[in-house]
Design a protein around this ligand. Structure first.
Ligand code: DAK
Length: 258
């Protein structure tokens, strides 16, 4: 697939950067961009040279939401037939960690995409929000669910019902953001983190991500059982033997990803 709105760069340190490239419209997420994003993420998820992905935009915008102009005239049936949820569900199923490097606007679908990522590095310029209420709709790609789980009911209500945006610092205090850095360091910070994750044993990273995500849709008991099984499963990996042997022998482990 030739990408029109997405720039993909693979770095030798074992991670890839996916940059939204619709600067004229603040990286509004049209259907084509979403299709490209899902295609790229799925390919990278299968690529042994890549162990972590970074999603980013530019200094002005991570993404200012779904493309309003593309949705404005749609009927409910058009929306149903477009079935955009299917694409968002496929992002949710990506097995490798995804880091969001967010500067500028992360609004509506942009905020929802950010929250679908596993780790968020935000620059001081980030403006985060769910402003759909201002255009007569409401969040449609997880905004009422992921936001509420991250920040709690009353803050989610305030954001969703007023459409107000919050700063990166508020995002940090509220648990939406891992770290806030000056805008010029945002991508570098995400890359440093990606490099670190890429240096870890890939099977353990994959099963650990899967177990953390499981906590969102299961009971504590079900989640603990799931965690335990993934933990046992890692004892079938060469990397578990290597990691523990290396510890005992006081040397650096050499991960095989098996
Ligand atoms: N869609 C389309 N174009 C957009 C856009 C958007 N979301 N946001 C900005 N643009 C365009 C503007 O129209 C303008 O284009 P031109 O007029 O130059 O052609 C250009 O980007 C620059 O924007 P502004 O001139 O407005 O720039 P300002 O700095 O003055 O304002 C702003 C920046 C971010 C405050 C403002 O642009 C704004 O309010 N944008 C809309 C933000 C918004 O309401 N976002 C939520 C959209 S609804 C779903 C999945 C996801 C979704 C729904 C369903 N399924 C899975 C079913 C998500 C829905 C949404 O995100």
């Amino acid at each position: 697939m030739d990408y029109q709105f997405l720039l993909v760069t693979k770095e030798p340190a074992g991670f890839a950067v996916l940059q939204f490239n619709r600067p004229d419209v603040l990286n509004a997420l049209n259907m084509r961009l979403m299709e490209e994003l899902v295609d790229a993420l799925e390919q990278l998820d299968r690529d042994d040279e890549v162990r972590c992905m970074i999603l980013t935009g530019n200094e002005k915008a991570f993404a200012a939401g779904a493309d309003i102009k593309e949705m404005a005239d749609a009927s409910a049936v058009d929306m149903l037939i477009r079935d955009q949820f299917a694409r968002w569900d496929r992002i949710r199923k990506i097995k490798k960690p995804i880091i969001a490097a967010v500067s500028g606007f992360a609004l509506g679908g942009g905020c929802e995409l950010m929250m679908t990522c596993d780790i968020v590095i935000a620059s001081e310029s980030a403006k985060i929000g769910q402003p759909e209420i201002n255009i007569g709709v409401m969040p449609g790609a997880g905004g009422t669910q992921r936001l509420t789980r991250a920040v709690g009911k009353v803050k989610a209500m305030e954001m969703v019902l007023t459409g107000k945006t919050i700063s990166a610092q508020e995002g940090l205090q509220w648990g939406l953001v891992n770290k806030v850095v000056p805008v010029e360091y945002c991508l570098q910070e995400a890359k440093d983190l990606a490099r670190e994750i890429a240096s870890k044993p890939p099977v353990a990273v994959r099963l650990a991500k899967e177990a953390v995500l499981k906590s969102f849709d299961t009971t504590m008991e079900g989640g603990l059982e799931f965690e335990r099984k993934n933990f046992y499963l890692l004892f079938a990996s060469d990397d578990q033997k290597e990691g523990m042997e290396a510890f005992v022998q006081k040397r650096k482990p050499d991960w095989k990803g098996k």
